[in-house]
Design a protein around this ligand. Sequence first.
Ligand SMILES: NC(=O)c1ccc[n+]([C@@H]2O[C@H](COP(=O)([O-])OP(=O)(O)OC[C@H]3O[C@@H](n4cnc5c(N)ncnc54)[C@H](OP(=O)(O)O)[C@@H]3O)[C@@H](O)[C@H]2O)c1
Length: 247
Amino acid sequence: MRKFGLIGYPLGHSFSKKHFSEKFEKEGIEAEYELYPLEAIDELPTLVKSTKGLEGINVTIPYKESVLKFLDEIDEKAAAIGAVNTIKIQKGKLKGYNTDYIGFKNSLTKFIGANPMPENALILGTGGASKAVQAALYDLGIQHRLVSRNPQDNALSYQHLNTPTPQHLNTYKLIINTTPLGMAPKTDSLPDLPYNQLTPDHFLYDLVYNPLVTAFLQEGIDAKCWVKNGLEMLYGQAEAAWEIWNK
Ligand SMILES: NC(=O)c1ccc[n+]([C@@H]2O[C@H](COP(=O)([O-])OP(=O)(O)OC[C@H]3O[C@@H](n4cnc5c(N)ncnc54)[C@H](OP(=O)(O)O)[C@@H]3O)[C@@H](O)[C@H]2O)c1
């Protein structure tokens, strides 16, 4: 039996398990998808050796970066991002990929659609998801600036953005939330931005998908901006993993 699964810790509710189990059943694929909670990432080699038929692994918090040293090969893009969320196992060898990058890039391209690609973007947050977003924007030719609570290098702080005149929001027409703000159960929280400076020319993308309309996106809807949540990215990263495991 072909086997796939998710490593992380702790593993509670899992989108991936539900998604792949339903897919296997619906499409008549003879495979299983299991949860593998690992208390420490150095348990990975034993898991791989002892699990017969294991062909693919998804990686979630907190191992997307620490898993790199257990891989035999790393896809060029994942290496540049410095994070892996998908592993393909062939003849006992592990190769790592980053399908958050693929899921986000495809979803953003669809979101912008027939509109001209915005030239400048703000990326809120500097964590793992932000790094995949930065790589995608770079490859799409969109200049970007990070926004952080503790800005380093060329990054902006939220205080910088909150000026009385829309000097920044006039420049940055695409704003991407990669922070967990707004995610259930804390659905009232949102990034500290001058929302009154939004116009119908702005594009707001939220990586959060639960709830589907976050407080951040609601501000965009109220200002008649283009808005998009992270659900398509979520399905996109899972489907990209499936393609990698089958190619
Ligand atoms: N749709 C999808 O497929 C998909 C894929 C991956 C992740 N996500 C979502 O993306 C979000 C981020 O994931 P991640 O793995 O990158 O998380 P993370 O590593 O915890 O990073 C999030 C970043 O957000 C900022 N941040 C955290 N708490 C904050 C707060 N209270 N106020 C303001 N900024 C805060 C921090 O940047 P600073 O310290 O620089 O401010 C932090 O580095 C999560 O909600 C996750 O569910 C969605």
